[in-house]
Design a protein around this ligand. Structure first.
Ligand code: NI
Length: 128
């Protein structure tokens, strides 16, 4: 049987397999895209920089470990299986005492450092 589906192969994305392909921290990797949104996975440990995304919300889904997201007037602690959406325009700083594995869901073109581009800015649109 042949078919003409645009899907060449019914390829499932396995996140454990994807995490096995890299060990560097603070470098989000794109694993899938849906319309304009990308699904990125990353390993984070330690402190990030304060930054803001003026154009978009940013979703964090913790897959393994714990992530704290600090705000100027509070913080949230995300454990495995927990999700949080940082609203557009809200300054935030991720922190993980130990390495955390997470997924970011955000529009194509979103920089990890928001407006604070510099040495902590990761290469964008890097697929794995
Ligand atoms: Ni952010």
């Amino acid at each position: 049987m042949t078919h003409t589906s645009p899907v060449d192969s019914y390829h499932v994305i396995n996140l454990a397999q994807k995490f096995g392909l890299f060990s560097e921290q603070w470098k989000p990797k794109v694993v899938a895209q849906m319309n304009d949104y990308q699904f990125k996975i990353a390993r984070l440990e330690g402190d990030f920089i304060w930054h803001t995304h003026f154009d978009t919300d940013e979703a964090f889904l913790v897959l393994e470990g714990e992530l704290r997201i600090d705000f100027r007037d509070g913080s949230v602690l995300l454990r495995q299986g927990e999700l949080y959406v940082v609203p557009k325009g809200v300054e935030h700083k991720p922190y993980a005492a130990r390495e955390v594995k997470l997924m970011l869901i955000e529009p194509h073109g979103t920089l990890n450092t928001g407006e604070q581009t510099g040495e902590r800015t990761a290469q964008n649109d890097l697929w794995i």
